[in-house]
Design a binder for this molecule. Structure first.
Ligand code: NCD
Ligand code: ZN
Length: 392
């Protein structure tokens, strides 16, 4: 007889985007709804979080929106950061610093180009026991043979180099998507951990090519890569754990309309010899990010059961990450344990059906109002989950 109920000790999500403004109002309460007690929050806001003060203010705004959740803050690695600011941040409870290579993902225009420049920062972080969170991709460069499919693999030399230079610095390779990345993390010492998202346990290339809702960075890779991610969860390796990388984007940014400028006969094209050719499509890129916060722990349970790792659920969504970060004492874990129950088959419209869309309560269909941009479609929209949270 299969298990019907599972207790999960205070789930923790060690990589989540909770945004600002109306989007933050919509998604911050979803962290608890998805079963998560502790959320490690990414700093890629506009402008990015680069000081202890900004981080504290941001966390206060999140706590006001979702008082039951423990939020842990991070800083954005940038030239603005100094060793003194690291000391202040550590003092204020900021736990990590996130590094985005320039231009590889959402709001990474201010990302870094060269890691050695930041060695004094890493030194200070090591001293204050802060964690370095690495978005492990190098920028695409066709001349150098680099594209989104091998950008993670090409990054791994940076991981090894930083780890060699700072063996006591805690480093997390974020959202690993490849067999090579899993092997690399395993080869490193105990100070190197790795987050794995639920969507990367499910998706491969075919699932995002032409499907904007599944498009995120790093992109999902080959079936064999996905197998390596699943295997390391099955194995229960202690340095691999949940970081959802839940990254909400307004629906309009996932499906931007292709706007052509300079079509024949328009003002923009009326001069020059190319009158008959439109001068180009200016907007067809799709925002990178998959949204999972609101369904997170039931989704993880469903996926893990699918590949025979349900017995590893507590390690994946709670214990391994908490141990790595040091949030595993009784005090940190006393609130927030949850019970999941197997969702009854066939019940339509039950809690186990993933909503089609989340809409901010102030949403109005008026172009350019802030709230009108806040409609988010979750991963697996309309599908049924195998597990649901028992709410008392
Ligand atoms: C993230 C976002 O939207 O902020 N997007 C994504 O595809 N994962 C940024 C990130 O973590 O790369
Ligand atoms: Zn992210």
């Amino acid at each position: 007889m299969s298990v019907q109920e599972i207790n999960v000790p205070a789930p923790a999500d060690f990589h989540v985007h909770l945004r600002q403004g109306k989007m933050s109002e919509l998604v911050s309460p979803h962290v608890a709804e998805g079963g998560v007690a502790l959320a490690y929050v990414m700093p890629n806001l506009v402008p990015p979080i680069t000081s202890a003060q900004q981080a504290s203010d941001y966390l206060a705004s999140l706590s006001a929106l979702a008082p039951q959740t423990k939020f842990v803050g991070t800083l954005y690695l940038s030239p603005a950061l100094t060793p003194d600011e690291i000391a202040r941040a550590a003092e204020a409870g900021v736990r990590g610093v996130k590094s985005y290579p320039r231009g590889v993902t959402t709001n990474s225009e201010g990302g870094i180009e060269d890691y050695e420049t930041y060695y004094p920062i890493f030194e200070a972080m090591q001293k204050h026991n802060m964690v370095l969170n690495l978005h492990g991709e190098v920028p695409s460069n066709a001349d150098a043979g680099i594209c989104v499919l091998n950008a993670e693999e090409k990054f791994l030399t940076h991981l090894f180099k930083i780890h060699r230079q700072f063996p006591d610095l805690k480093i997390v390779l974020e959202h690993a998507t490849t067999r090579k990345a899993v092997e690399a993390v395993k080869q490193c010492g105990d100070t190197v951990g790795c987050t794995i998202t639920p969507h990367h346990l499910e998706l491969i290339v075919d699932d995002w090519a032409g499907k904007p809702l599944n498009f995120c960075k790093p992109v999902a890779k080959y079936p064999d890569d996905r197998q390596a991610l699943r295997d390391v969860i099955c194995e229960g390796h202690p340095r691999f754990f949940l970081g959802s990388d839940s990254a909400p984007h307004p629906l309009a940014n996932k499906y931007p309309s292709a706007v052509t400028h300079g079509a024949p006969g328009t003002k923009a094209s009326s001069s020059g010899d190319d009158d008959l050719e439109p001068t180009g499509v200016v907007s067809c890129g799709c925002a990178a990010g998959v949204y999972t916060s609101s369904i997170l722990v039931p989704l993880c349970a469903t996926l893990l059961e699918g590949f025979g790792a349900l017995d590893q659920l507590a390690n994946y969504v709670s214990l391994n990450g908490r141990k790595f970060y040091g949030y595993d004492n009784a005090d940190d874990m006393k609130n927030g344990s949850i019970t999941l129950r197997r969702a009854s088959k066939g019940a339509t419209g039950s809690a186990a059906t993933v909503p089609a869309v989340y809409v901010h309560p102030e949403y109005v269909e008026v172009a350019d109002s802030d709230a009108s941009k806040v409609q988010v479609v979750p991963f697996w929209a309309g599908k049924r989950l195998g597990w649901e949270i028992v709410r008392s």
